[in-house]
Design a protein. Structure first.
Length: 203
């Protein structure tokens, strides 16, 4: 399919089933096990996800777009919003999140079409920066955006509060005021050291 046949348009309620399928692929790429569980949790979860897409479609501050082929088949999606580029700097930028192209449609220009749409969205609002959210474990996505000139801005790490509490408690119990960490030389190093009398050692 020629790349010129691809176009990006605002998503509509008719696209919701395709958006849900693309969302599944996005979750599978980030958390394969979790993504599989989400798809098998029944109609209740599916209904919640569908409602979230409908809310995004109705929100004027969120611009949900799809890239389609000449048959109007959605090949990928992205969510565009405007927010500060950095939490400490009041510099607005277009944020491109939930960007995904269906596996069977990759390497056909759909990803570049979405980035082009994000650039046009930024230019229309007089903004100079585009910020894209990429999972650090997604090697292909990181390479794709790097080739287009995107540089790392920050590394965001996530952890359950319970895990953080447990690690903090472990650290506090392990380190007392008079706790000294002594490193022992390796077995090979000990063999090469001169033999010391008791008066020359510290216990």
């Amino acid at each position: 399919m020629p790349r010129s046949a691809l176009r990006v348009r605002p998503a509509t309620a008719v696209d919701v089933p395709a958006l849900l399928a693309l969302g599944d692929e996005l979750r599978d790429g980030l958390l394969p096990d979790t993504g599989a569980r989400l798809r098998t949790t029944g109609a209740a979860t599916r209904g919640v996800l569908e409602q979230r897409y409908l809310e995004a479609l109705a929100d004027p501050d969120r611009h949900l777009v799809v890239v389609v082929n000449e048959d109007e088949e959605p090949l990928g999606m992205a969510l565009l919003t405007v927010a500060s580029a950095n939490a400490l700097l009041d510099l607005p930028a277009v944020h491109m999140s939930h960007a995904v192209v269906a596996d069977r449609h990759k390497r056909r220009g759909a990803g570049k079409a979405l980035v082009t749409a994000a650039a046009a969205y930024a230019e229309a609002r007089g903004l100079d920066q585009i910020v894209v959210s990429v999972h650090p474990g997604s090697r292909d996505a990181n390479r794709f955006f790097a080739r287009l000139g995107f540089a790392p801005l920050a590394v965001r790490r996530v952890a359950p509060v319970a895990v953080v509490r447990r690690r903090l408690a472990m650290g506090e119990s392990a380190r007392t005021p008079d706790h000294v960490v002594r490193s022992r030389p390796s077995r090979l190093a000990r063999r090469s050291l001169p033999t010391l009398g008791r008066a020359d050692t510290e216990v």
